[in-house]
Design a protein around this ligand. Structure first.
Ligand code: PLP
Length: 299
């Protein structure tokens, strides 16, 4: 097993969203923005890293965060990512779980524009086609690293939340025109069929930014929804086991919302013989360490 250490991407505590933010903040700056607004759940890693990237780029940042996840303890509400959001200087809007965060963000953007500000609104998870280009780049990086190591992977696996990482990897591999191993996303957000369709759509939009003549075959996107449990951000026994196992045997820290559930899925695949001895699997480790502090009570 190989691990792609995207948890070590080096800003604001690290994580997969930085690859998207490289392109999203680039787009914001190219449009002359002075403010960036994004949306997410209260413990959103994407929101935290948007705040960090905005601080670095000299942009104001507003985060529209909903209480989507049914956790109400002090660690969930005030520690982890939300603590870091305030250190990065972001202004947080605290909304109930039922709120339409994107509509709120658009209304807030309109309000700020009326005051003369130039606002860039970043979608959930940073998963616009431009954001997904960050993971198309990652696909090229994976291929170059595999070539340098003289290995080929039989599968690439990781979490699928808003689907942008998965879509970008699929698009990047398609644009490289190389034989691609199955890219399996473990769904951690919603129903697997909807996640697959949304990911396929994003992959097509992304690959067309690279080459308008390209398209993605439907079977190129595989989403396994079997390890979501009761819902987004709700702990499962498999996640708790996966986090403890990787920490206690490798010193590697998975997060409780994304990587923990994806790795639980990978362990299940290993236990049920999906992969044969000698096959090589690349696990994309996406970060989210602050989430462990927010989920202290689950451990
Ligand atoms: C730590 C972590 N891993 C994985 C993901 C999922 O990435 P995507 O939203 O691109 O599917 C996220 C997204 O929020 C994340 O924060």
């Amino acid at each position: 097993m190989f691990v792609k250490r995207d948890d070590l991407n080096g800003l604001g505590g690290g994580g997969n969203k930085l690859r998207k933010l490289e392109f999203l903040v680039g787009e914001a700056l190219a449009r002359g923005a002075d403010t960036i607004i994004t949306v997410g759940a209260r413990q959103s890693n994407h929101a935290r890293l948007t705040a960090a990237a905005a601080a670095r780029a000299g942009l104001q940042c507003e985060l529209v965060l909903t209480r989507l996840v049914p956790r109400h303890d002090a660690d969930y509400l005030e520690n982890g990512n939300i603590l870091l959001d305030s250190l990065f200087g972001a202004h947080v809007h605290d909304l109930p779980g039922s709120a339409n965060a994107l509509a709120f963000a658009e209304a807030r953007a309109a309000e700020l524009r009326a005051q003369g500000r130039n606002v860039y609104v970043c979608p959930l998870g940073g998963s616009s086609p431009v954001g997904c280009l960050g993971y198309a780049n990652c696909a090229a990086e994976i291929v170059a690293q595999a070539d340098a190591l003289n290995v080929s992977f039989d599968a690439i696996v990781g979490p699928n939340g808003s689907g942008g990482m998965h879509a970008g990897l699929v698009a990047g591999m398609a644009a490289l025109g190389r034989a691609t191993p199955p890219i399996v996303g473990y769904g951690v957000y919603g129903e697997a069929g909807a996640a697959r369709a949304a990911t396929l759509d994003k992959a097509n939009q992304t690959v067309r930014l690279i080459d308008p003549a390209l398209s993605i075959a439907s079977e190129a996107v595989v989403v396994d929804g079997g390890h979501l449990g009761e819902g987004y951000g709700i702990p499962t026994d498999g996640m708790l086991h996966a986090v403890r196992l990787l920490a206690s045997t490798e010193g590697l820290l998975l997060d409780p919302v994304y990587g923990g559930k994806a790795f639980a899925g990978l362990l299940h695949a290993l236990e049920t013989g999906v992969y044969r001895a000698g096959q090589r699997v690349l696990f994309v480790m996406t970060g989210g360490l602050p989430g462990l502090y927010a989920y202290r009570s689950a451990f």
